[in-house]
Write a protein that binds this ligand. Sequence first.
Ligand SMILES: [Fe+2]
Ligand SMILES: [Fe+2]
Length: 277
Amino acid sequence: MNSADISRSITISPRDQHFAFSTIKERDWLGGDPFRSLVFNGLSITFPAGERFFIRSVKAFRGDIRNETLQSQAGAFMAQEAMHTREHVRYNQRLEEHGCRASMLHEETEARFEWAQTRYSDIEHLAATCALEHFTAILAEELLSKPDLLADARREYRDIWLWHAIEESEHKGVAFDVYQEVMQGKGYWLRVRTMLIVTVLFLQHMGRIFTVLLQDIGQNRSMSARLRLNWALWGKPGLFRKVMLNWAAYFKPGFHPWDHDNRTKLKEAEQFLVYAA
Ligand SMILES: [Fe+2]
Ligand SMILES: [Fe+2]
């Protein structure tokens, strides 16, 4: 079975989960470590604006999808992203309650996506969505294959990240397949050029978010705090460092998100979701 066939064979199931963040009193929910917690919190802040952008980007081409399976997968993709947004809005509210300027950073993220929305065309939005969906897929893969990354997390937070990782992995081919269908396989240069731009903007924006979050926990002036945050990102556990090889795979001319077939891992991870009922 080739990657495109695997993609069509995947059942995408929106799982309507709710997470009780208010039961967790600690701000530093990941092993009491402010820096490792901050890496995930920073990503969470970008999701509501990002995922609404993904939904709009795919929705703009729904009428052009001729493959019936892909048509229904696109519907399930939008349903999953809408639920992720709903739960990350709640997650981010909890950050705000802990004194982090999550809503200000959300507004800044929203403004960036709105800028892209007016500045670029529908197909460029879809190419940006494919690039960012590749980011979420490779980060998800990291979480699914290294359970120790979240081993010392408070349960609600571990569950939301696991739930999100499973669904991101499950729908990783959808935006890409819509793009391929619309571009009839001729979208390589736009796809890779967009990935380069998106990567620069993403790293720059995450830098801004991490700086504000460090200020919010009173650590911005400390050089050792900055080093510890960068160590958490690029050293150990090194979430960003570990996904670099997978990031580079996107530049292969015949790349498809399901070239990396992780269906077995997805099935294994699913058993943990019973905790999130
Ligand atoms: Fe998502
Ligand atoms: Fe996604």
